[in-house]
Design a protein around this ligand. Structure first.
Ligand code: MV4
Length: 457
C-alpha cells in the first residue's frame, strides 16, 4: 500500500479522499489555494502545501505547482478527486514521468474517453449498444447532412472534446443544419480549442442512467450497478439515486456483463462511470465514459456496501478486485443524494459569503459529505457544491422520508442554498412516483410558475 498520497483537490471530495487514506493508514498531503487557507482539508491532512492564488487556474489547475508539491512532500501517489485535473491525460502523463502513481486509469484511456467520438467507436467495437450516428468526426456540413439522412431527423450535433452540454445543437431538418453546424463548431472551438463535431440520433425525453465500474490492474472488472441522474438543471445534476426504478435485474446484468467484456478490451483501470441514455422503450444507449470518481458515488456505496475511494487506492496500489470486494455484488435497499449548492434560489447564480448559522442532519441512514462548517466562508472562486446529503433506506419511500426530514434539519444561514428547492422536489407527485426524465426540472419550474409559488419557501 502507498505510504503517502497527495490529494489534488479541495472541498468535500478532498476530505472524502483524506478520510479513505486515514482508514487505510496512508499519510496525506493537502494542497490549497490562498482562499482555502482555513479549509478542513488543510486541517485534517497530515501536511499541507499552499500552491498558489485563489483562482483555480493559478493553483488547483496549475500542473507544475501540484507536481512540485508532490515532489517536495515525497508522495507515492496523487488522488485527483473529480473535476480540476481528474480527467486531464497530460497531467496523468506528467505524474507517470515523475514516478508518481496517478490514481485513475492510464493516460491513454483517459485521452480515448475524452475524445467522445473515439470513445463511441471503441464502445461500438466492444459491442456496447450505441445510438445510430456518424462514424467519427464530421468533415463538413455536407457529410453531416448525409449522416442525418441515414440516421433520420431529429439529430444532435456534439463536440468531440465536449461534455457538459457545450457545443451541442439539436437539428430537426436539413434547412436548419448549416447554421447549427457552424454554431456548434464555433462554440466547441472557443470552449475546448477543438471544433470537431460528430452526430447522433436525438432522443427527445431520455433518462440519464450511469453504471459504476471498478477495474483492477490485472484485467478484472466489476459493475456495481447503476445510478439514476435525470434530475438535473442546465447540465448540473441536482438529485441522484440508486438503483434506478427503470432498470430491472435482467437489464442490469446484461449491461454489467457487456461492460466487463468491453472495458477489459479497452484496458480500463480503476473507478469509472459509463453514461447511458434510456429511450422511451427502456433501451440503454452508451453516450460517454467518465474516467474519475463521481460526485454521486455515495449512493452506490450505500447500496453495495463498497467504499469506492478506498477501492481506488487499493487498486492503484496493485491489489486484485477479488481481495477488495465480494463477487457477485449484492444490491440492497435504496439511496438518494441531494446536491446542496450555495446558489440563489431563482437565478441559480453562486452565493458566496460567510455562514452565520449551521446545523448538519444525522441519524439513521443519513450521511453528509461536506467541508463546510459553522462560521466558515464559501469563496466565490470555485464550484458552488457545499455539501452532499445522502440517505439510505430499505426501499425508496424510506430513503425519501429520511431525505425530507434531513433537509428539514439541515440549517445553513448567511448564504442562499438549494435546500428549499430540494424540499419542494421531494414533495412533487411525479418525483415521488418515479415519473421523470431529463426534462423534469423544466416542467417542475413551469408548474411552480403557474401556481406562483416559486419563492414561497
Ligand atoms: C443526448 C441527448 C439526446 N439524444 N444525446 C447532454 C450532456 C451530454 N453529456 C449528453 N447530453 C445529451 N445527449 C442524444 N443522442 C440529450 C442530452 C441531454 C441530457 C443528457 C443527460 C442529462 C441531462 C441532459 C439534458 C439535456 C440534454
Amino acid at each position: 500500500m502507498f505510504r503517502k498520497v497527495l490529494v489534488a483537490n479541495r472541498g468535500e471530495i478532498a476530505l472524502r479522499v483524506i478520510s479513505a487514506c486515514k482508514e487505510l493508514g496512508i499519510r496525506t498531503v493537502a494542497v490549497y489555494s490562498e482562499a482555502d487557507r482555513n479549509s478542513l482539508h488543510v486541517r485534517f491532512a497530515d501536511e499541507a502545501i499552499c500552491i498558489g492564488p485563489s483562482r483555480a487556474s493559478e493553483s488547483y489547475l496549475n500542473v507544475p505547482a501540484v507536481i512540485s508539491a508532490a515532489e517536495i512532500a515525497d508522495v507515492d501517489a496523487i488522488h485527483p478527486g473529480y473535476g480540476l485535473l481528474s480527467e486531464n491525460a497530460n497531467f496523468a502523463e506528467v505524474c507517470r514521468a515523475s514516478n508518481i502513481k496517478f490514481i485513475g486509469p492510464p493516460p491513454e484511456v483517459t485521452r480515448l474517453m475524452g475524445e467522445k467520438d473515439r470513445a463511441r467507436q471503441a464502445m461500438r467495437r466492444a459491442k456496447v449498444p450505441i445510438l445510430p450516428g456518424s462514424d467519427g468526426i464530421l468533415q463538413s456540413e455536407g457529410e453531416a447532412m448525409e449522416w442525418a439522412r441515414t440516421v433520420g431527423y431529429p439529430i444532435i450535433l456534439k463536440a468531440a472534446a465536449g461534455g457538459g452540454g457545450r457545443g451541442m445543437r439539436i437539428v430537426r431538418s436539413n434547412d436548419e443544419l448549416p447554421a447549427l453546424f457552424q454554431a456548434a463548431h464555433t462554440e466547441a472551438a472557443n470552449a475546448f480549442g477543438n471544433g470537431d463535431l460528430y452526430l447522433e440520433k436525438f432522443i427527445e425525453r431520455p433518462r440519464h442512467i450511469e453504471f459504476q465500474v471498478l477495474a483492477d490492474e490485472h484485467g478484472n472488472i466489476l459493475s456495481l450497478g447503476e445510478r439514476e441522474c435525470s434530475i438535473q438543471r442546465r447540465h448540473q445534476k441536482l438529485i441522484e439515486e440508486a438503483p434506478s426504478l427503470q432498470v430491472n435485474t435482467k437489464l442490469r446484468e446484461e449491461i454489467g456483463k457487456t461492460l466487463r467484456r468491453s472495458l477489459a478490451n479497452i484496458g480500463y483501470q480503476n473507478a469509472g462511470t459509463v453514461e447511458f441514455l434510456m429511450d422511451e422503450d427502456g433501451s440503454l444507449h452508451f453516450i460517454e465514459m467518465n474516467t474519475r470518481i463521481q460526485v454521486e458515488h455515495p449512493v452506490t456505496e450505500f447500496i453495495t456496501g463498497v467504499d469506492l475511494v478506498k477501492a481506488q487506492l487499493r487498486i492503484a496500489a496493485g491489489e486484485k478486485l477479488s481481495s477488495i470486494i465480494p463477487d457477485p455484488i449484492v444490491l440492497r435497499g435504496h439511496s438518494i443524494e441531494c446536491r446542496i449548492n450555495a446558489e440563489h434560489p431563482e437565478k441559480f447564480t453562486p452565493s458566496a459569503g460567510k455562514i452565520t448559522a449551521y446545523n448538519l442532519p444525522g441519524g439513521n441512514g443519513v450521511r453528509v459529505d461536506t467541508a463546510q462548517y459553522a462560521e466558515g466562508v464559501v469563496p466565490p472562486y470555485y464550484d458552488s457544491l457545499i455539501a452532499k446529503l445522502i440517505t439510505y433506506g430499505k426501499d425508496r419511500p424510506e430513503a425519501m422520508a429520511r431525505m425530507s426530514r434531513a433537509l428539514e434539519m439541515f440549517v445553513v444561514e448567511g448564504i442562499h442554498t438549494s435546500i428549499p428547492l430540494h424540499r419542494r422536489i421531494l414533495q412533487d407527485e411525479d418525483f415521488k412516483a418515479g415519473r421523470f426524465d431529463t426534462k423534469f426540472m423544466e416542467r417542475f419550474f413551469e408548474r411552480e410558475k403557474e401556481r406562483g409559488q416559486a419563492a414561497s419557501q
